[in-house]
Design a protein around this ligand. Sequence first.
Ligand code: SF4
Length: 248
Amino acid sequence: MAELKKDERFTWSGGKVLCESSITWGIAEQSNGLMAILLNVPGGVLTGKQLRVISEVVGEDGIVKNSRRMAPILFVAKEKVGNGLALLKEAGLKVACLHGSVRNIVSCPGKGFSKNSRGDTLELAQVLNKEFYGTILPWDFKIGISGCPRNCAGVQCHDVGLMAEPRGKFSLWIGGTESGFSPKHGVLVSKGIPKDKVPAVIRGILELYCEGAEELKNEQEQRVRLYGVLERTGIDRFKQIVTQVLAN
Ligand code: SF4
């Protein structure tokens, strides 16, 4: 099975992002000439201190746009990017992966915030972010987590969707996409996955995704998402890997 590799090393040259791997980092020039810095904020949670630093980076009249993926986008002048990145790092904030890796993880507020929640969705978003941030992948990989069947995070619209069940377990959907020309709902693959097994299950799925994308390399474009792999290679081996991980 394909071995997952990570790369968090990128530098800002003053004019562009330098990175040896295929990951595209979230620092990009906009059509208005300003630079956008996308932040890695799993579940969209920021501390008051981080908000103060963000405010310092954009300036009093600067703009922060919140994205659908809960990642704040800071708009700054190109000459301020270097200093801004240093301030963000000091506040414990990382730049989000834009392409070729796990995108900012979407999560509903979950336990402690929502009375309906059956699980700690924000905690799981943090755990998965720590495990998979900067993982080198064939293209984008989106994870969404909902705390109950009201499904505020739209789990079926992600490459991997997780919905909390009672007693610390999760249901798993794979192969969805919310965007693009042909949005799709993912397929329910398993129920009753214990929380502590979720990272290993996702690791297995990512490894199979990389392997499947490699097999398809000569057949179609390089930027294949998980649903593209599923359409060509079927879902059975993904179901098998989930069963295998859960049995260990
Ligand atoms: S999905 Fe459920 S737990 Fe999460 S915010 Fe919505 S209602 Fe609350």
